[in-house]
Design a protein around this ligand. Structure first.
Ligand code: DX5
Ligand code: ZN
Length: 217
């Protein structure tokens, strides 16, 4: 069965704590924290996401799954180490020649490390790092905003990375992020995804628990 990581990107400040409790009650597997710097992506939410992650850490034992959509990865990692997330994922488009260093740095903190690829980035860009990481995050929308539609051409990439994993017998998880709902969930699961990130599909549903159960099925 797949796992669900609920994105808190669009949770409103006023009822954040109640919403976090409700998400936990609904049996999510992770809280997905979308950190944006206003440079790698247009939006900036550095202060808000740090507050949300800190609050969640106080009220819940569930793991934090942090997705950094930022240019300056090292600095932001330092900012999050104290929260001991279960996993920290950064974008290959931002890390470039520092990728190996950043992977080692995260692992030295005792934290699992993931590499994210935007829709236009091909699998071959990350191949050399695959034996050393815990997770590949395949973006199924352009990073930066919740509530977008899944780009159908990204499904092939999930299949491709899943095939590569089997063929080479490497052990990493495949997470997919963007536009996941009851319909698209089955497509990405069939393609080989292990963890589904979902924001709007959960937060806009009347019954979080039912929706999470549907996505997991
Ligand atoms: C987009 C973020 C996603 C987003 C998912 O840049 O990385 O995690 O919040 O939201 P939905 O499920 O609404 O596409
Ligand atoms: Zn995300």
């Amino acid at each position: 069965m797949v796992e669900i990581s609920v994105s808190v990107l669009n949770v409103k400040n006023e009822n954040a704590i109640k919403t976090f409790y409700n998400i936990e009650e609904a049996e999510t597997n992770y809280f997905h924290i979308d950190v944006m710097d206003g440079r790698f992506v247009k939006q900036e939410n550095l202060k808000q996401m740090k507050e949300y992650a800190t609050t969640i850490k106080h009220i819940s034992n569930l793991p934090l799954d942090v997705h950094f959509m930022v240019e300056n990865i090292k600095d932001i990692i330092d900012d999050y180490i104290e929260l001991q997330p279960n996993i920290m994922t950064f974008h290959i488009e931002a890390s470039k020649e520092n990728t190996t260093n950043i992977i080692s740095y995260v692992k030295e903190q005792g934290i699992k490390v993931g590499l994210a690829i935007s829709p236009k980035t091909q699998i071959k860009e990350i191949e050399e790092y695959l034996p050393y990481i815990h997770l590949v995050l395949v973006m199924t929308v352009e990073p930066g905003l919740g509530g977008q539609k899944l780009l159908p051409e990204t499904i092939k990439k999930i299949e491709e990375i899943n095939y590569y994993r089997e063929k080479n017998n490497i052990d990493f998880e495949i997470e997919v992020d963007g536009g996941i709902n009851a319909e698209t969930a089955s497509l990405v699961k069939n393609a080989g995804a292990d963890i589904l990130v979902a924001g709007s599909a959960i937060l806009q549903s009347k019954d979080y628990k039912q929706m999470i159960a549907d996505l997991k099925k």
